[in-house]
Structures are given as structure tokens and as C-alpha cells.
Design a binder for this molecule. Sequence first.
Ligand code: PLP
Length: 400
Amino acid sequence: MNKTLAIHGGKPVRETYLPYGKQWIDGNDINAVIATLRGDYLTTGPTIKEFEDKIADYVDAKYAVAVSNGTAALHAACFAAGIKEGDEVITTPITFAASANCALYQRAIPIFADIDPKTYNIDVCDVEKKITEKTKAIIPVDFTGQVVDLNPILKLAEKYHLTVIEDAAHALGTEYRGRKVGSISHMTTFSLHPVKHITTGEGGVITTNDEIFYRKLLLFRTHGITRNENLLENKEEGTWYYEQLALGYNYRITDIQCALGISQLERIDEFIKRRQEIVRKYNEAFAAIDGVIIPHQADFSNSSWHLYILQFELDKFKVDRKELYDALQAENIGVNVHYIPVYYHPYYQKLGYKKGLCPNAERLYERIITLPLFPNMKNKDVEDVINAVKKVLDYFRSVL
Ligand SMILES: *Cc1c(COP(=O)(O)O)cnc(C)c1O
């Protein structure tokens, strides 16, 4: 192997760029979409309920509501939980902005609790410290696919009368103490974006065992409008009649998307198995490298693995994360960083959130790089990633 780094003009480890995540579409997926296009319903048809039933069945929840994306799923869950102006909602800063934005959509206030430096998930002790009489909900995130320790969070929720909205965008198929996430928290949200475990192009789902939440989620998805006789305030008008009972949105998903979702769901076991296999290869390759911390997995979590993140003890390399990142990109490895602490974003800074709020999260952010991980990565792709990481680290160690 050519040891000169690509960033210094050497030959990259691979010729073509390897993205960090990507969908896997096969002929059955394509046929399912075509069949829907030839059918009677492009939206508000029977394929949506069929997909919802299959998701509910898969995660062992009573109800599932499919919506236009994972962010809409979080927003709908906040609405169903009754979150409103001035309420506080506790979440983690190491997540995609949507986990906190959903509180802002309801004019509530996101409160950031720090992470556990080992699992990178929200620290339950810090959650309790941040609870006030305004707190309405906790939005823990199953970061990278590793489920947050749900029992202590649900205990806190019971003690302080809070709703737990689990952001499981990374964790479809993950198990908590042998049970799939999706029916353990009061509501669980998933994303069906192409980099997630299964995709509908754009899409999201909320699962719950609570019928009242379920009804509210359905209402919110369609403008807050209902024809359900049991809900109407004026029942006498006539059969054309419907009522808008709340300010909802058009957050509907299409039958076309749900047809793709049904087809994708048939392969989820295969997708997860392959993700886990790649993670084993990565762990084997990186565990013994001095200065590299592989992802810690808590014993209560069996992860379906959305992201694979390496943490670097940067003092052992005398480079910063930016140089490592740029060097790996130059080798044609599509590395990424998950995530910029949410409150670092200018929008949050202007709202008054100050750096220093969550020291563990901020320290982690300086030290992490996400490696490519998706189910149809070939073994050669996995080897290229491993070779590139070793090549780059060897170089930056030798220049110490
Ligand atoms: C992807 C993601 C979302 C949002 O999902 P979209 O479908 O992209 O709207 C929310 N939270 C987390 C943690 C995510 O990774």
C-alpha cells in the first residue's frame, strides 16, 4: 500500500468515493412502487394502514402512525403529549437538530441534559437535575442505534408525570433487555430517510400502545381535521361534514412510499444482520489500536447499528479531528461527524444557549468521526475503510 497520504498527493486507498450511508433498493422494491403507481391510490389509500400494521407488528406495539418524515413524527408526538408554549422538554445535545426543534415547533423550550461519556446517550442523572415544574417530556435519543437505559427514564417520568418520546430514528430493530424498541416508551419515533434502517425516500413513524396518543397523532397528521363521529362537536350537520379540532399539519405519507416501506421491511433482518457483521469487523480491526476508542455497548442494548463512531484520544496523535477527517475524505472514505451539539447552531445561540452547557457532549464532539456503515457495503469496502483509518493513523502517529 502506498503510504503517502492522499491529502499529501499520494494514491487514495480507493478510486471511488464511499458514502457514509446509503439505501439498498432491489427489484421487489421497484415492483412494489410501480404496482402502486398503476393502482387507484397514490395517497390516503389502503397501503398506508397496511404499512402501519406491519411496523406495529414488527416492533410489537399496538398502534403505528406513518407520516411524511421523522421530524414530523417527533412534532406529532410533541403535539399528542400536549406540549405547549412555555413547557420544557429535556433532550440530548448529541443528536440531529430535529430532536430539539420539535419542542420549539410547539413553542416549548428544549433543555439539554449532558451525555454519559461511555455510551454517548443522555445521562439519566443529569436529566433528573434538569427537571422543573415546567418539564413536560423527555426526548431521549437511541444514539447510533444503542438504546438509552429506558427503565430509569420511565421511572423518572412516572415520578414527575412526564411523557417519554423516544427518538429511535437510529434504532429500528434495536432491543432493550430483549424487547424491541417501539412499545416501551410512551411514544417512539422512527425515520425512514435513506440512510436509516429501511427507507421510504422520506418518511417517519410513531408507535405507541396508548389509544389516546394514537387518536391525536392521526388528527395532527391531517390538519387537525376529523370525520370521526365520536370526536365531532356538532354531529347533526350531514355526511359531508368534518371539523378541524386542532391546528394540525399536512404530514401525510403517500401510498407510493408505504409500498416501498412494506417491501423494505421484508428485508430488515438481513439489513440489521449485515450492519452487525460490519461492526464486528470494525471492532476487530480497531479495538487494539492505541488512542482509538471503539463504541461501548451497554449490556441492556442489542443495537441494530445505524452509525459506527470512533473516538480518538487526540493527544496520542498530535493532530486534531479536522485533519483526520480531511485525510480520510482524501482517501475517498465518506466519513462524517455525528453530531454538532445542537445548541452550537447559530439559531440556538441566538436563543441564548451558551457553550459550556454540556461539557461531556462538547468534549465528545471534538473527538469523533463516523465511518461508513450501510448493509450493502461489500467486504472490499469495509477493508478499504479499515486500511484508510490505519494508514492515516500510522502517519499521524509517526510524525509525533
Ligand atoms: C434522521 C433523524 C431525525 C429526523 O428524521 P427525518 O426523517 O430526516 O426528518 C430525527 N432524529 C434523529 C436522531 C435522526 O437521526
